[in-house]
Design a protein around this ligand. Structure first.
Ligand code: C5P
Length: 402
């Protein structure tokens, strides 16, 4: 459940087509209890009217740095001091460039420069503009100034291109705002995670894989980092942008994933195996493309290493958290896995509902308890999961050494 009671959020809107989504975002933030002031750049007003934003936020929209009337109401310095959080959604490439260089040539850039509140930016632009070196350099500079970058999402764009650059959805922005103010039980805790599918090569052009989108792992990584954890995410091939403050290592096969996990497990307090690791791989990956013949073909598969079980047998072992996507007897099969793999906690759910879906319902199993989390968005369920994981960590920390 999102709660932003008493929180003051300044929503900055810049001139991109995604500006129409800022109306929905404002509605959600207000519904969650936040007080919202909206500041718009002149070009944002070409996409959505200040009147709409005024009606939804319940406050006059801030438009002009040099408007004496507006300054008499709440001036730009007052506005900068008022905010608990500043969110710029959508943030264009131009706005990002101007903020990077400390320009203060309109109301919004001035407020950003003048504020000591945390700032989050939800980029929205064409995929080529997003990929351009200068944009990426600017974003790096903003991150080094502790400005949070939320998104962008990957997908179809207003211009017809497909790629990274879409603004993340209002629901996700609203949830991140809510997560922003939540507790920081995982402050300084080291979390190593796996996510996404693995690909097991048959030859240079073919592979065996599965439908995992990586969304659950990325949602968990996002929320864990927001709760103060140091997160390393080892990911199979996915179309997702790396969450803010998460260090990501890309791998393809199960064997590569295991080797990356073993390289980074030392010092981890928590290991979360979210990846849908392929259970088997072809006994050999052919060096050249296998030619089609008139005959049938037989593939010999060998078993892949079980990454999570390997981690669970380490001494000392971190808190080990697994996932199980089941098609039947979810709780019974889940409990079997919890015990057989030596896990502290297991999150089990219906396989067909999980892959590439934004909504989930999960059964959380530990040796002490069983409970259902959700249904809800992967981000909101991720927060509930992290609470249970933090419980396990606290339990272990408070246990007398045997
Ligand atoms: O056995 P099953 O694949 O259902 O177990 C799922 C759990 O085990 C997940 O946490 C998954 O990340 C992990 N796993 C693993 N290595 C494998 C297979 C599964 O770490 N080879």
């Amino acid at each position: 459940m999102m709660s932003l009671n008493n929180k003051r959020i300044l929503l900055g809107i810049t001139g991109g087509i995604a500006a129409y989504k800022s109306a929905e975002l404002t509605r959600m933030l207000v519904k969650a209890g936040a007080e919202i002031h909206v500041a718009m750049t002149p070009s944002a007003t070409e996409f959505i009217t200040p009147l709409t934003m005024q009606a939804l936020s319940g406050h006059r929209v801030h438009l002009d740095l040099l408007d004496a009337d507006a300054e008499a109401g709440m001036g730009h310095i007052e506005l900068a001091r008022w905010a608990d959080l500043i969110v710029i959604a959508p943030a264009t490439a131009d706005f990002i460039a101007r903020v990077t260089h400390g320009q203060a040539d309109d109301l919004l850039t001035t407020v950003v420069l003048a504020s000591i509140a945390p700032i989050a930016i939800a980029p929205a632009m064409n995929q080529a503009m997003w990929g351009d070196d200068i944009t990426q350099t600017n974003l790096k500079a903003l991150k080094s100034r502790s400005i949070h970058i939320w998104g962008p999402a990957f997908g179809e764009q207003a211009c017809g291109d497909i790629g990274p650059g879409r603004m993340i959805e209002p629901q996700e922005i609203a949830e991140r705002c809510s997560g922003f103010f939540e507790n920081t039980r995982l402050n300084g805790i080291k979390i190593l995670m796996t996510g996404g599918p693995t690909r097991e090569a048959i030859d240079p052009v073919r592979f065996i894989s599965n439908h995992s989108s990586g969304k659950m792992a990325f949602a968990l990584a996002t929320e864990a980092a927001a709760a103060g954890a140091q997160v390393t995410l080892i990911s199979g091939p996915v179309h997702l942008t790396t969450p803010d403050r998460v260090s990501r290592i890309d791998v393809e096969s199960a064997e590569q994933m295991l080797s990356a996990v073993m390289d980074h497990i030392e010092g981890a307090d928590i290991f979360i195996g979210v990846a849908a690791v392929a259970d088997y791989r072809p006994v050999t990956a052919e060096k050249q493309k296998i030619k089609k013949t008139k005959n049938d073909m037989t593939l010999t598969l060998v078993k892949n290493p079980d990454i999570i079980s390997t981690v669970a047998t380490l001494s000392p072992a971190p808190i080990v958290v697994g996932f199980a996507a089941e098609t039947e007897n979810i709780d019974v099969n889940g409990r079997d896995k919890l015990e057989n793999k030596g896990l502290d906690l297991l999150f089990a759910n219906q396989a067909t509902e999980t892959f590439n879906n934004d909504e989930v319902s999960i059964i959380a199993l530990s040796s002490q308890s069983q409970q259902t989390l959700g249904p809800g968005s992967k981000l909101s369920v991720a927060r509930l999961m992290l609470d249970l994981i933090a419980d396990q960590l606290e339990r272990k920390t408070n246990q007398p050494e045997s």
